[in-house]
Structure formats: structure tokens, C-alpha cells
Design a protein. Sequence first.
Length: 227
Amino acid sequence: MERLILFAKYPRPGRVKTRLVPPLTPAQACALYRAFLQDQLAFVGSLATSRRQVELCLDEPGELPGALRDLATRMRRSLQQGADLGERMRRAVERALAEGAQAVVIVGADAPTLPRNRVLAAFRRLREGADAVVVPAADGGYVLVGVRGACGVLFEGIGWGGEGVLAATRLRARQAGLDLHELGPWYDVDVPEDFRRLRRSLRLHPQRAPATSRAFANLALPREGVL
């Protein structure tokens, strides 16, 4: 059995996509994040199989609104536990392994155009024997991490949110003698440069993230030279 976990924040103004505020307002940033989350819920749900469970792991309890609630009812639900992102991911992985998962992959809501083939390749690499797998991000972190056993060392002593996350993860893997496989890079959306890249991408391929495409169309966004 495999487990695909979507790590996400509860969509609340002032708590999500704060590095896009300004020029976005907190309400606009939250509406955009809700669209990200809706697209990612649909995406991970489409990857469920008879041997792959999908799970939404939120940072706080609460009833999700509208379409998010409908999508989330089709998958397992859990709450993040721990003092920082690393501890929360480690605990989520350990719980999934204890529940019988042989491979666990975590993705976030901040990469609504993450290609399907990256996720499938991550599970394939783990089945083939890699201890861990990541999809590097342009900002020095990663947008996906997967493991096939107890690899808690990969989540400890790392400065989360900084540019050195991936480098520190590589070092932890090397020190522990773990086979860490890196797939092709992708990007998440944290700062205006990421926002512009996503906006351009969805003009060409709106079907990958339809809720996010609609959010761009419906929000009174600043002119492109500003954001």
C-alpha cells in the first residue's frame, strides 16, 4: 500500500500566501490559495488507486468551505502535529508507515501545476529501492518528498522556509547513508515571481489548475507589470 499526502494550511485570510501581500490583499491571497487547494485536492484524488491511498493533512481543524469540503470527503483526513514543518512531516510519515503504507509521498498546496508524472515517478523510484525522493524547487527547497521507510533524519535540524532546505536534506541523506533520488525540478508559488510564472503557465494550460485559472480571471488583480 502507498500513501499520497497533501499537506495544506486551512485557508484563512492573513495566514496564507502572505508574501504576496501586498500587492494582493489578504482576502485576494486567501481566495487564490483556496483555488490552489481545490486544484490540488482534485489532483491527488485523481491519483488514488486500489493500492494508493490519498490523504489531506491540514494544519488546523475546521470545516472546509464548499467545493473543498466535497473533495476532501473522498479522502482520509488528518491534522498536522509538531512544532515545525519538519516535525509535522516526520510525524505524518511515521503514522502512515505504522498504518501499513510501504511508501509515503507528501506534496503541498502551493504547487498547483505539479505534473502528474512527477508524483508517479516518485512512487516508482521508491518501489525500485530508493530510500527517499524529492522534486527540487527553484527557491532551494522542494515541492515533493517521499520515503519508503523511517527516514526521520531528513526532517530534522533544517531551517524551513530558507534557501538551504534542499542542500540540508541532501547532507542529512548522505550522512545517514540514504539513497536520495532527485526528480526534475518544479516550482511552488510563494513570491511575486512565482505568481507571474504560474499566471503565464495557466494561460497556455488552464486545464491543469482550473480553479486557479478561474481565480485569476475573477480577482481584480494588479496589472502584470506590478504582479
